[in-house]
Design a protein around this ligand. Structure first.
Ligand code: C2E
Ligand code: MG
Ligand code: MG
Ligand code: MG
Length: 281
Protein backbone atom coordinates (compact mmCIF):
# COMPACT_ATOMS: atom_id res chain seq x y z
CA UNK A 1 0.00 0.00 0.00
CA UNK A 2 2.65 2.45 1.08
CA UNK A 3 4.62 1.88 -2.09
CA UNK A 4 1.68 2.97 -4.20
CA UNK A 5 1.62 6.35 -2.50
CA UNK A 6 3.79 9.24 -3.57
CA UNK A 7 6.34 10.91 -1.33
CA UNK A 8 4.04 13.84 -0.55
CA UNK A 9 1.28 11.49 0.48
CA UNK A 10 3.60 9.53 2.73
CA UNK A 11 4.73 12.71 4.42
CA UNK A 12 1.12 13.72 4.84
CA UNK A 13 0.10 10.40 6.37
CA UNK A 14 3.09 10.38 8.68
CA UNK A 15 2.02 13.71 10.15
CA UNK A 16 -1.67 13.11 10.60
CA UNK A 17 -3.95 11.30 12.98
CA UNK A 18 -5.99 8.22 12.18
CA UNK A 19 -9.16 10.31 12.11
CA UNK A 20 -7.73 12.73 9.57
CA UNK A 21 -6.65 9.85 7.37
CA UNK A 22 -10.08 8.25 7.57
CA UNK A 23 -11.85 11.50 6.73
CA UNK A 24 -9.41 12.02 3.88
CA UNK A 25 -10.26 8.61 2.41
CA UNK A 26 -14.01 9.04 2.79
CA UNK A 27 -14.00 12.53 1.30
CA UNK A 28 -11.63 11.44 -1.48
CA UNK A 29 -13.86 8.55 -2.49
CA UNK A 30 -17.08 10.56 -2.44
CA UNK A 31 -15.34 13.37 -4.30
CA UNK A 32 -14.16 11.01 -7.03
CA UNK A 33 -17.77 9.88 -7.53
CA UNK A 34 -19.05 13.46 -7.48
CA UNK A 35 -16.54 14.47 -10.14
CA UNK A 36 -17.49 11.54 -12.36
CA UNK A 37 -21.17 12.35 -11.90
CA UNK A 38 -20.51 16.03 -12.67
CA UNK A 39 -21.99 17.02 -9.32
CA UNK A 40 -19.59 19.82 -8.50
CA UNK A 41 -20.67 23.29 -9.49
CA UNK A 42 -19.31 26.76 -9.83
CA UNK A 43 -20.12 30.05 -8.10
CA UNK A 44 -18.93 33.46 -9.27
CA UNK A 45 -17.48 36.17 -7.07
CA UNK A 46 -17.51 39.56 -8.82
CA UNK A 47 -14.30 41.58 -9.16
CA UNK A 48 -14.92 45.30 -8.76
CA UNK A 49 -13.03 48.32 -10.14
CA UNK A 50 -12.15 50.28 -6.98
CA UNK A 51 -12.11 53.62 -8.80
CA UNK A 52 -15.65 53.61 -10.14
CA UNK A 53 -17.31 50.55 -8.61
CA UNK A 54 -17.95 48.86 -11.95
CA UNK A 55 -17.83 45.13 -12.51
CA UNK A 56 -14.61 44.02 -14.18
CA UNK A 57 -15.14 40.26 -14.07
CA UNK A 58 -15.44 37.41 -11.62
CA UNK A 59 -13.59 34.53 -10.03
CA UNK A 60 -15.07 31.07 -10.47
CA UNK A 61 -15.01 29.04 -7.25
CA UNK A 62 -15.82 25.36 -7.00
CA UNK A 63 -18.60 24.14 -4.71
CA UNK A 64 -19.61 20.68 -3.60
CA UNK A 65 -22.67 19.56 -1.72
CA UNK A 66 -22.52 15.85 -0.92
CA UNK A 67 -25.66 13.94 0.08
CA UNK A 68 -23.96 12.30 3.06
CA UNK A 69 -21.24 14.76 3.99
CA UNK A 70 -23.26 17.91 3.35
CA UNK A 71 -21.47 21.04 2.17
CA UNK A 72 -17.71 20.45 2.02
CA UNK A 73 -15.55 23.57 1.65
CA UNK A 74 -12.89 23.90 -1.08
CA UNK A 75 -10.43 24.62 1.71
CA UNK A 76 -10.92 20.95 2.63
CA UNK A 77 -11.64 19.18 -0.66
CA UNK A 78 -9.11 20.90 -2.94
CA UNK A 79 -6.07 19.65 -0.94
CA UNK A 80 -7.71 16.21 -0.77
CA UNK A 81 -8.26 16.21 -4.53
CA UNK A 82 -4.60 17.15 -4.96
CA UNK A 83 -3.39 14.31 -2.74
CA UNK A 84 -5.79 11.81 -4.33
CA UNK A 85 -4.56 12.69 -7.82
CA UNK A 86 -7.97 13.87 -9.08
CA UNK A 87 -7.40 17.64 -9.07
CA UNK A 88 -6.97 17.78 -12.85
CA UNK A 89 -10.35 16.14 -13.39
CA UNK A 90 -11.93 18.51 -10.90
CA UNK A 91 -10.28 21.50 -12.52
CA UNK A 92 -11.34 20.41 -15.99
CA UNK A 93 -14.94 20.11 -14.81
CA UNK A 94 -14.83 23.65 -13.40
CA UNK A 95 -13.37 25.07 -16.60
CA UNK A 96 -15.95 23.25 -18.75
CA UNK A 97 -18.77 24.68 -16.65
CA UNK A 98 -17.37 28.20 -16.83
CA UNK A 99 -16.99 27.94 -20.60
CA UNK A 100 -20.55 26.60 -20.96
CA UNK A 101 -21.90 29.49 -18.87
CA UNK A 102 -19.94 32.11 -20.81
CA UNK A 103 -21.09 30.58 -24.09
CA UNK A 104 -24.71 30.71 -22.96
CA UNK A 105 -24.42 34.34 -21.86
CA UNK A 106 -22.70 35.30 -25.07
CA UNK A 107 -25.58 33.76 -27.05
CA UNK A 108 -27.92 36.04 -25.09
CA UNK A 109 -25.96 39.06 -26.34
CA UNK A 110 -24.66 39.74 -22.85
CA UNK A 111 -21.19 41.26 -22.77
CA UNK A 112 -19.00 38.34 -21.75
CA UNK A 113 -17.23 39.04 -18.45
CA UNK A 114 -13.64 38.01 -17.80
CA UNK A 115 -13.73 34.98 -15.53
CA UNK A 116 -10.76 33.77 -13.51
CA UNK A 117 -10.32 30.07 -12.80
CA UNK A 118 -8.03 28.62 -10.14
CA UNK A 119 -5.57 26.15 -11.60
CA UNK A 120 -3.47 23.76 -9.51
CA UNK A 121 0.13 22.80 -10.25
CA UNK A 122 -0.79 19.26 -11.31
CA UNK A 123 -3.50 20.54 -13.62
CA UNK A 124 -1.15 23.05 -15.21
CA UNK A 125 1.30 20.20 -15.83
CA UNK A 126 -1.31 17.97 -17.51
CA UNK A 127 -0.17 17.02 -20.99
CA UNK A 128 -1.33 19.55 -23.55
CA UNK A 129 -3.19 21.67 -20.99
CA UNK A 130 -2.79 24.78 -23.14
CA UNK A 131 -4.01 23.07 -26.30
CA UNK A 132 -7.00 21.63 -24.48
CA UNK A 133 -7.90 25.01 -23.01
CA UNK A 134 -7.42 26.89 -26.27
CA UNK A 135 -9.54 24.36 -28.16
CA UNK A 136 -12.29 24.39 -25.51
CA UNK A 137 -12.49 28.19 -25.64
CA UNK A 138 -12.34 28.33 -29.43
CA UNK A 139 -15.01 25.71 -30.02
CA UNK A 140 -17.34 27.58 -27.66
CA UNK A 141 -16.93 30.72 -29.77
CA UNK A 142 -15.15 32.55 -26.96
CA UNK A 143 -11.89 34.45 -26.87
CA UNK A 144 -8.88 33.48 -24.69
CA UNK A 145 -8.95 36.87 -22.95
CA UNK A 146 -12.31 35.86 -21.46
CA UNK A 147 -10.43 33.45 -19.19
CA UNK A 148 -7.88 34.44 -16.58
CA UNK A 149 -5.72 31.73 -15.04
CA UNK A 150 -5.16 32.16 -11.31
CA UNK A 151 -2.06 30.40 -10.01
CA UNK A 152 -0.82 30.68 -6.47
CA UNK A 153 2.53 32.25 -5.88
CA UNK A 154 3.96 28.89 -4.80
CA UNK A 155 2.91 27.22 -8.07
CA UNK A 156 4.68 29.97 -9.99
CA UNK A 157 7.85 29.73 -7.99
CA UNK A 158 8.23 25.97 -7.54
CA UNK A 159 9.33 23.87 -10.47
CA UNK A 160 9.46 26.83 -12.76
CA UNK A 161 11.56 24.73 -15.11
CA UNK A 162 8.30 22.91 -15.90
CA UNK A 163 5.82 25.69 -15.28
CA UNK A 164 7.46 28.62 -17.01
CA UNK A 165 7.24 27.13 -20.53
CA UNK A 166 3.55 26.34 -19.96
CA UNK A 167 2.91 29.91 -18.83
CA UNK A 168 4.65 31.21 -21.91
CA UNK A 169 2.43 28.98 -24.07
CA UNK A 170 -0.73 30.12 -22.32
CA UNK A 171 0.20 33.77 -22.74
CA UNK A 172 1.12 33.21 -26.39
CA UNK A 173 -2.41 31.81 -26.87
CA UNK A 174 -3.92 34.97 -25.37
CA UNK A 175 -4.73 33.79 -21.84
CA UNK A 176 -3.87 36.04 -18.92
CA UNK A 177 -2.15 34.91 -15.75
CA UNK A 178 -2.94 36.17 -12.27
CA UNK A 179 -0.83 35.45 -9.17
CA UNK A 180 -3.12 34.37 -6.34
CA UNK A 181 -2.48 34.71 -2.59
CA UNK A 182 0.48 36.98 -3.25
CA UNK A 183 2.71 37.65 -0.27
CA UNK A 184 2.24 34.25 1.38
CA UNK A 185 4.88 32.39 -0.64
CA UNK A 186 8.53 33.04 -1.17
CA UNK A 187 8.68 34.96 -4.40
CA UNK A 188 12.03 35.79 -5.72
CA UNK A 189 11.63 39.26 -7.11
CA UNK A 190 13.94 38.35 -9.98
CA UNK A 191 11.57 35.56 -11.01
CA UNK A 192 8.54 37.77 -10.60
CA UNK A 193 10.05 40.17 -13.10
CA UNK A 194 10.44 37.36 -15.63
CA UNK A 195 6.96 35.92 -15.19
CA UNK A 196 4.53 36.61 -18.03
CA UNK A 197 1.78 37.68 -15.64
CA UNK A 198 -0.70 40.53 -15.82
CA UNK A 199 -2.28 40.57 -12.37
CA UNK A 200 -1.28 40.18 -8.72
CA UNK A 201 -3.76 39.42 -5.94
CA UNK A 202 -2.90 40.64 -2.44
CA UNK A 203 -3.67 37.79 -0.07
CA UNK A 204 -6.65 38.16 2.23
CA UNK A 205 -4.43 37.78 5.31
CA UNK A 206 -2.94 41.24 4.61
CA UNK A 207 -6.34 42.80 3.95
CA UNK A 208 -8.02 41.47 7.09
CA UNK A 209 -6.44 43.90 9.57
CA UNK A 210 -5.57 46.59 7.06
CA UNK A 211 -7.54 49.31 8.85
CA UNK A 212 -5.46 49.21 12.03
CA UNK A 213 -2.26 47.30 11.32
CA UNK A 214 0.55 49.47 10.01
CA UNK A 215 2.59 46.42 9.09
CA UNK A 216 -0.17 45.15 6.81
CA UNK A 217 -0.56 48.63 5.34
CA UNK A 218 3.15 48.67 4.55
CA UNK A 219 2.95 45.23 2.94
CA UNK A 220 -0.08 46.19 0.83
CA UNK A 221 1.63 49.43 -0.21
CA UNK A 222 4.80 47.54 -1.16
CA UNK A 223 2.90 44.95 -3.24
CA UNK A 224 1.02 47.75 -5.00
CA UNK A 225 4.19 49.67 -5.80
CA UNK A 226 5.91 46.52 -7.03
CA UNK A 227 2.91 45.39 -9.09
CA UNK A 228 2.32 48.79 -10.66
CA UNK A 229 6.00 49.27 -11.42
CA UNK A 230 5.99 45.96 -13.29
CA UNK A 231 2.85 47.05 -15.14
CA UNK A 232 0.40 44.66 -13.51
CA UNK A 233 -3.14 45.11 -12.27
CA UNK A 234 -3.30 44.69 -8.49
CA UNK A 235 -6.35 43.08 -6.90
CA UNK A 236 -7.17 42.92 -3.18
CA UNK A 237 -9.10 39.88 -1.99
CA UNK A 238 -11.28 39.52 1.08
CA UNK A 239 -12.52 43.12 1.43
CA UNK A 240 -15.18 42.97 4.12
CA UNK A 241 -15.60 46.54 5.34
CA UNK A 242 -15.48 50.22 4.39
CA UNK A 243 -12.31 50.89 6.39
CA UNK A 244 -10.33 48.32 4.42
CA UNK A 245 -11.77 49.74 1.21
CA UNK A 246 -10.75 53.28 2.19
CA UNK A 247 -7.14 52.25 2.82
CA UNK A 248 -6.95 50.28 -0.45
CA UNK A 249 -8.37 53.19 -2.43
CA UNK A 250 -5.87 55.55 -0.82
CA UNK A 251 -3.10 53.15 -1.89
CA UNK A 252 -4.47 53.16 -5.47
CA UNK A 253 -5.41 49.50 -5.53
CA UNK A 254 -7.06 48.77 -8.88
CA UNK A 255 -9.56 46.01 -8.24
CA UNK A 256 -11.25 44.44 -5.21
CA UNK A 257 -13.12 41.32 -4.29
CA UNK A 258 -14.91 40.55 -1.08
CA UNK A 259 -18.07 40.19 0.94
CA UNK A 260 -18.42 43.99 1.13
CA UNK A 261 -19.26 43.93 -2.58
CA UNK A 262 -20.59 40.44 -3.16
CA UNK A 263 -20.33 36.96 -1.74
CA UNK A 264 -19.67 34.30 -4.36
CA UNK A 265 -22.93 34.15 -6.38
CA UNK A 266 -24.78 31.25 -7.94
CA UNK A 267 -24.62 31.25 -11.74
CA UNK A 268 -28.22 32.45 -11.80
CA UNK A 269 -27.53 35.35 -9.44
CA UNK A 270 -24.38 36.32 -11.34
CA UNK A 271 -26.27 36.16 -14.63
CA UNK A 272 -28.88 38.46 -13.10
CA UNK A 273 -26.13 40.89 -12.05
CA UNK A 274 -24.67 40.87 -15.57
CA UNK A 275 -28.03 41.77 -17.05
CA UNK A 276 -29.28 44.34 -14.56
CA UNK A 277 -26.85 45.46 -11.95
CA UNK A 278 -23.36 46.64 -12.34
CA UNK A 279 -20.73 46.22 -9.70
CA UNK A 280 -21.14 47.12 -6.08
CA UNK A 281 -20.00 50.18 -4.21
P1 C2E B 1 -8.76 31.68 -3.46
O1 C2E B 1 -8.57 31.37 -4.89
O2 C2E B 1 -7.79 32.60 -2.82
O3 C2E B 1 -10.25 32.24 -3.37
C1 C2E B 1 -10.68 33.22 -2.48
C2 C2E B 1 -11.41 32.63 -1.30
O4 C2E B 1 -11.76 33.68 -0.39
C3 C2E B 1 -12.72 31.95 -1.64
O5 C2E B 1 -12.89 30.87 -0.72
C4 C2E B 1 -13.76 33.04 -1.38
O6 C2E B 1 -15.05 32.54 -1.13
C5 C2E B 1 -13.16 33.67 -0.14
N1 C2E B 1 -13.58 35.06 0.03
C6 C2E B 1 -13.89 35.97 -0.91
N2 C2E B 1 -14.21 37.16 -0.36
C7 C2E B 1 -14.07 37.00 0.98
C8 C2E B 1 -14.24 37.90 2.11
O7 C2E B 1 -14.58 39.06 1.99
N3 C2E B 1 -14.00 37.36 3.34
C9 C2E B 1 -13.63 36.06 3.52
N4 C2E B 1 -13.44 35.64 4.76
N5 C2E B 1 -13.45 35.21 2.49
C10 C2E B 1 -13.67 35.68 1.23
P2 C2E B 1 -13.38 29.44 -1.17
O8 C2E B 1 -14.41 29.55 -2.23
O9 C2E B 1 -13.70 28.70 0.09
O10 C2E B 1 -12.08 28.81 -1.83
C11 C2E B 1 -10.94 28.56 -1.08
C12 C2E B 1 -9.77 28.21 -1.96
O11 C2E B 1 -9.99 26.96 -2.62
C13 C2E B 1 -9.50 29.21 -3.09
O12 C2E B 1 -8.79 30.31 -2.59
C14 C2E B 1 -8.72 28.37 -4.06
O13 C2E B 1 -7.37 28.32 -3.68
C15 C2E B 1 -9.34 27.00 -3.86
N6 C2E B 1 -10.31 26.73 -4.95
C16 C2E B 1 -11.61 27.05 -5.06
N7 C2E B 1 -12.12 26.60 -6.24
C17 C2E B 1 -11.11 26.00 -6.90
C18 C2E B 1 -10.99 25.33 -8.18
O14 C2E B 1 -11.92 25.24 -8.99
N8 C2E B 1 -9.76 24.80 -8.49
C19 C2E B 1 -8.69 24.92 -7.64
N9 C2E B 1 -7.53 24.38 -8.01
N10 C2E B 1 -8.77 25.54 -6.46
C20 C2E B 1 -9.95 26.08 -6.08
MG1 MG C 1 -8.19 32.43 -6.57
MG1 MG D 1 -6.75 34.18 -3.48
MG1 MG E 1 -6.70 32.49 -0.93
Amino acid sequence: RAKALGKNQLQFYAQHSKQTIQRDLVVGNRLRKAINAGELYVVYQPKIDLRDGSLVGAEALCRWHDQELGEVSPGEFIPIAERAGIISDLGALVIKQVIADLQEWQCQQIEVPKVAVNVSAKQLQTTEFTQWLAESVRSAGLKPHHLVIELTESVLMERNDINLPVLAELVACGFRISVDDFGTGYSSLAYLKRMPISEIKIDRSFVEHLADDQGDQAIAAAILTLGHTLGHVVVAEGIENEQQLRVLRALHCDVGQGFLFHRPLSRTAFHELLMHGNGGK
